[in-house]
Design a protein around this ligand. Structure first.
Ligand code: ASP
Length: 432
């Protein structure tokens, strides 16, 4: 059985079990799923523990085997442009749908007050977290780590990527005998990480069951009703981006059959859905890109860790809808200029969001502030917090799908032939 089928079974079974507990209101059952959740967390820890060794080893080997540093610069440039443009496209979809459907216009004042009362405290916590976040200059400075070991310890991927690339570049110019020794060592670490991922993935269906059952069993479905239009607009936007924008990119830029691609990578978004974390999904994302899609290690090891950190199309799209929703509820008319600011800040805010659960709602505060909605931040966050978990699951799936799509595109522009190439469609050479 394919991995994605196994994960899907775990997911559906978990959703059904959780829904039964939720609908029947049998407390011991709800408590049981709540009590089992740490097992799911244990699994997430298990897979996350591979992130650092895998990223360092595979990126070091990848960078060093590129041989030519100009190639790295080229791949880096293309990747950044790709990531920024697709994120801006995602935000535009979110804004377009919100203007069209106006999800905030149907929410009554009573619902608004009820949500504010129910989630006001939790929203205040998020606002505090955002207040402690570093500014833009510090964020940019933070890309250069003073201590790469500390960056690794804190799972701060961007500085770690920066350090590893510098180190990998240096390895290409040292004495061949020494270079081989270092590369052989890190090759071994890379291979061992891959083996470990496969072992851990054996547990994935059970972990997914536990994680999903816990979420569904304790989910406030009554909330979904009052926030239904908002939720649907976010989901619709995410689907349009995942199956529209990405399909077009896959078809016309990566010259791949989108349906085949989706089938091959399905385990990754399903896993992201269950964990709500791009970082925890990263080992599987890298493995899938290399083993299922056939992206080279040089491309995957660079594009994917970077993507897990800075490319969050789903998050940015969600932020765009959320800002419009909150504005509509408070009767604030966001002009075209304001919405252009949202495109810019939501794109940047999603870069700043870490690949962990709920990160997007914290950086949403930056977007709200950017269009002068500072005084509605706390109440606005309270409005949407109740359905955030479920939206986080879906947007994280889109985030990782975006990373994988980019890896296929970049591989293609580098002239790589991919495993999905059918006999009728020979791998053509690079487009550039
Ligand atoms: N959970 C998301 C991710 O890991 C980030 C977010 O939107 O909260 O990609």
């Amino acid at each position: 059985m394919q991995l994605y089928t196994k994960i899907l079974i775990g997911l559906v079974a978990g959703a059904v079990a959780g829904a039964v507990a939720n609908a029947t209101g049998i407390e011991p059952l709800q408590n049981l799923f709540g009590a089992l959740e740490p097992l799911g967390t244990a699994f997430i820890n298990l897979i996350t523990m591979i992130v650092i060794p895998l990223v360092v080893a595979s990126l070091l080997v990848g960078t060093a085997s590129l041989g030519d540093l100009r190639k790295l610069g080229r791949i880096g440039g293309k990747t950044l442009i790709y990531y920024m443009s697709t994120t801006a496209a995602a935000v535009t979809i979110g804004l377009g749908l919100s203007n069209l459907i106006k999800p905030g216009s149907g929410v009554s004042e009573a619902t608004r007050d009820e949500l504010a009362a129910r989630y006001g405290g939790a929203a205040a916590e998020r606002v505090d977290l955002a207040a402690n976040a570093p500014g833009w200059v510090d964020t940019l400075l933070g890309i250069i780590p003073r201590n790469p070991v500390q960056a690794a310890a804190e799972m701060d991927l961007l500085p770690l990527i920066f350090f590893t690339i510098c180190f990998g570049a240096a390895i290409t110019v040292i004495e061949p005998k020494r270079r081989e020794a270092v590369l052989t060592f890190f090759h071994g670490i890379n291979d061992a990480s891959m083996v470990l991922i496969n072992w851990i993935m054996e547990l994935a269906p059970y972990a997914v069951f536990v994680l999903i059952a816990a979420v569904v069993a304790n989910f406030g479905f009554d909330l979904l009703q009052s926030l239904l239009v908002y939720t649907l607009v976010v989901v619709l936007g995410l689907m349009l981006h995942a199956f529209g924008t990405y399909a077009l990119i896959l078809r016309f830029l990566a010259r791949l059959n989108p349906l085949k691609f989706y089938r091959k990578i399905a385990a990754v978004p399903l896993f992201a859905f269950s964990t709500s974390s791009s970082n925890a999904t990263l080992p599987l994302t890298i493995e899938t890109a290399e083993e299922e899609v056939g992206v080279s290690n040089e491309v995957a090891s660079f594009v994917l860790p970077l993507g897990a950190t800075i490319n969050m199309d789903g998050t940015a799209l969600y932020q765009a809808v959320a800002v419009m929703f909150i504005a509509q509820i408070y009767g604030i008319d966001l002009s075209l200029a304001d919405q252009l600011i949202v495109v810019l800040t939501a794109t940047l805010a999603s870069v700043g969001a870490a690949g962990v659960p709920s990160a997007g709602i914290i950086t949403l505060i930056i977007v709200l502030n950017s269009v002068g909605m500072g005084q509605h931040v706390q109440a606005g966050i309270a409005l949407i917090l109740g359905v955030d978990r479920i939206l986080d699951m879906i947007r994280t799936s889109v985030n990782v799908t975006g990373d994988l799509t980019c890896s296929a595109f970049i591989a293609r522009t580098e002239g790589e032939s991919l495993l999905l190439d059918g006999p009728a469609e020979p791998a053509a050479a690079a487009a550039d």
